[in-house]
Design a protein around this ligand. Structure first.
Ligand code: NAP
Length: 341
């Protein structure tokens, strides 16, 4: 399977070695907006085909699949162009900025008979696969509570993709995509979403704390920030035990499974997992296997999961926008018509 990378930034540099570690991946191409950057990246990583023209890259007949590693706000346009050119797509998270865009990409993937997947590497890690097995075995009983978060401060003059609305800036779509994917994988789509946080007038959110409530009584409490450190961890509490995921939750390498009913002392199991490369190998290998099988998506992270998470992201975001609008109205008490105003 001949792959090409799109973008020469942070994630391209972190994943290039992992693509080259997969025995079913032949990394043959790199595409940049800039010819010199493409050629430099190509020579640094022994990649034969360097292009500064994305459409030419996709129609060249030299790449079967592209891995899109550019800011989120550009994902939909690039993924759509690749799919229309008949090229398989693995695109960085979040796949798109709206659930409707993800549905449109899903349609294009089926129409053109090519594979589509969001690069949700977390779900392909051995530790996350083990979480799924532990939950399925009933070891910790019924999952009832999840707590997870991820955050780090990015200065206002940091990489544009964090703070520029058109590029998809904000904490929620960058980091909430993981915390919500965890909640969805364990508990499914929530019945209610309650969120507080800071969202700027241009729609870029700085941080948020939100609760996903399920009619079963289960609850997920999640936090993301681009203005404060949040340890990138999480745990799942069940009726008979708990699982704590090692940090970072995007690529955990350990799990702590605690079971037992008081007054009996708890049983604690510490599980460690090897990481191949920088942690992206299982995802790229699985995507390549699926493409070689002729599948249009992957069972571990089908497009329907991406769409469901994007819908929850939209609900969280709508809550933040509503709260902001209410706060803005609060600055003009007369318009609120409150008693005594
Ligand atoms: N899975 C993970 O662990 C992980 C980690 C970090 C980021 N990501 C995801 O990867 C994507 C890229 O993140 P990143 O940190 O690699 O971003 P980045 O370094 O800021 O940018 C990535 C590259 O995108 C290309 N690009 C194309 N059009 C651009 C534009 N208008 N503005 C800026 N860059 C543009 C640039 O490459 P050229 O100049 O060569 O065209 C740039 O170097 C995001 O969607 C992010 O969510 C995933």
């Amino acid at each position: 399977m001949r792959w090409g990378i799109v973008g020469t930034g942070g994630i391209a540099r972190r994943t290039v070695g992992d693509l080259q570690l997969c025995d079913n991946v032949e990394l043959v191409g790199i595409c940049s907006r800039d010819k010199d950057r493409a050629e430099t990246f190509a020579s640094e990583h022994a990649i034969p085909f360097a292009s500064a023209d994305f459409d030419e890259f996709c129609t060249s007949g030299q790449v079967d699949a592209v891995y899109i590693g550019i800011p989120h706000g550009l994902h939909f346009d690039h993924a759509a162009r690749a799919l229309r050119a008949g090229v398989h797509v693995v695109c960085e998270k979040p796949l798109t900025m709206t659930s409707a865009e993800a549905e449109e990409l899903h349609r294009l993937s089926r129409e053109n008979g090519v594979f589509l997947m969001e690069a949700m590497w977390m779900k392909f890690t051995p530790a996350f696969r083990a979480v799924t097995e532990i939950l399925g075995s009933g070891t910790i009983g019924e999952p009832r509570l999840i707590q997870a978060g991820a955050g780090f401060p990015v200065p206002p003059d940091g990489p544009a993709r964090y703070w520029v609305a058109e590029l998809g800036g904000g904490a929620l779509y960058d980091l909430g995509v993981y915390t919500i994917a965890l909640a969805h994988a364990v508990l499914g789509t929530p019945d209610q979403v309650i969120a507080v946080g800071e969202i700027r007038e241009d729609g870029v959110d700085e941080q948020e704390a939100y609760t996903l409530r399920y009619d079963s009584g289960a609850v997920a409490q999640l936090t993301n920030s681009l203005t404060a450190f949040i340890p990138p961890g999480g745990w799942i509490g069940g009726t008979r035990g708990s699982i704590t995921l090692g940090e970072p939750i995007f690529a955990p390498r350990s799990l702590r499974v605690v079971t037992g009913q008081p007054p009996a002392p708890p049983t604690v199991e510490e599980l460690d997992f090897d990481q191949e490369g920088a942690g992206y190998v299982p995802m790229f290998r699985a995507a390549s296997e699926a493409i070689l099988r002729g599948d249009l998506e992957h069972g571990i992270h089908p497009v329907s999961d991406t769409v469901a998470v994007l819908r929850t992201l939209e609900r969280v975001r709508a809550e933040l926008v509503d709260a902001r609008n209410r706060a803005d109205q609060g600055a003009q008490p007369a318009s609120l018509g409150r008693p005594g105003a």
